[in-house]
Design a protein around this ligand. Structure first.
Ligand code: SF4
Length: 340
């Protein structure tokens, strides 16, 4: 078995946080590299842990899925701030996919004619070190129903827009009452048909999928889609799979997008297990993204040739629908570029 898969090793088993509300999980999250290392029995300076201005934020139930004492745990690598993030590497920038140029209105981006993306919040359930928005100026984006009014008007004014992507940050960090009001406003725009949630929260804090949230999602005339974000099979434990199946049972299609990351999933077995675990609960492995060259994340880079090899290898082992499209987002392009 690959070193990337470590199902049988001891996990960070302090008191389980399952049973906590999602709000309690957010409040009690680990907020520094040192605290995260201590939680896992690691010595911060030995693993290159070093906080910076993109703070560590890791709910304990997610940290509990990591292997105690393993500095190379594929979940830990995604969230631990390290000194190598400070390196300045040529080609790595703060806005790698040209979002600044795609602004339709404050808090609304439009890259494709039929879709618009709303930056609903700067908050997330976890801080991923490779995040392409880790330098995004969230403070300039509106937040809350009153402030979103100009964004909603911009969407209303463009009849070509049929789908709104709710992004951030992570839209599921918003309270149900706020989401409900936003969905009501969106449903009032006649030409809108679909709302797509881009969210990592169900993977990080599965307790976020509550009966009340599901009721909110089912109460709109709009088609709701979920695109979740998991990069490794170890993220998808029993609680996560159960929450995701509740979404599916509620009639909400769920797809996954992953990012190809060195040390996390740049390995045939790791990628195979991720896709297999997803399809076993009827979640489509939708995209595998070539990582955007964001400042601070160069150590996660995987060459495109290696990505192609991996896709070819898993294609031999999985049905076609279980193989994600390997894509790259290039600044200024009208759509994602399919690599394989
Ligand atoms: S959850 Fe998504 S938006 Fe938030 S830090 Fe991770 S990759 Fe970025």
């Amino acid at each position: 078995m690959s070193s990337h898969l470590s199902q049988t090793k001891p996990r960070a088993a302090t008191a389980s946080s399952s049973g906590n509300t999602w709000q309690a999980e957010m409040k009690q999250a680990i907020r520094s590299a040192t605290e995260l290392c201590e939680f896992l029995g690691l010595v911060p300076h030995e693993v290159g842990a070093q906080d910076n201005d993109f703070p560590v934020f890791v709910p304990r139930s997610f940290a509990q899925r990591m292997e105690l004492g393993n500095r190379l745990d594929p979940l830990l690598l995604q969230v631990l701030a390290q000194s190598q993030e400070e390196l300045e590497i040529e080609g790595y920038v703060t806005d790698p996919i040209g979002e600044e140029a795609a602004k339709l209105a404050p808090g609304v981006l439009q890259k494709y004619s039929s879709r618009a993306l709303m930056i609903t919040t700067g908050g997330c359930a976890v801080h991923c070190r490779y995040c392409f928005r880790r330098h995004f100026p969230y403070s300039e984006s509106p937040s809350g129903i009153e402030q979103w009014k100009p964004s909603l008007e911009a969407i209303r004014a463009d009849r070509q827009i049929e789908e709104v992507l709710l992004s951030g940050g992570d839209p599921l960090i918003l309270a149900d009452v706020t989401l409900s009001r936003l969905l009501t406003e969106l449903a009032d725009i006649p030409h809108l048909k679909h709302v797509r949630f881009h969210t990592r929260t169900p993977v990080i804090i599965p307790a976020r999928i509550t009966p009340s949230l599901i009721k909110t999602l089912q109460s709109t005339r709009l088609n709701i889609w979920f695109v979740i974000h998991a990069n490794h099979a170890n993220e998808l434990d029993g609680e996560v799979l159960m929450s995701l199946s509740q979404l599916r049972k509620a009639g909400i299609p769920v797809m996954n997008q992953a990012v190809l990351l060195k040390g996390v999933n740049d390995d045939e077995e790791a990628l195979y297990q991720l896709c297999k675990r997803l399809i076993d609960v009827q979640i489509t492995p939708y995209y595998l993204h070539q990582m955007d060259p964001i400042t601070g994340a160069a150590h996660f880079h995987v060459p495109i040739e290696r990505g192609k090899e991996l896709i070819a290898a898993i294609r031999k082992r999985l049905p076609g629908y279980a193989v994600p499209r390997y894509v790259q987002e290039l600044s200024g392009e009208q759509s994602k570029t399919v690599i394989a």
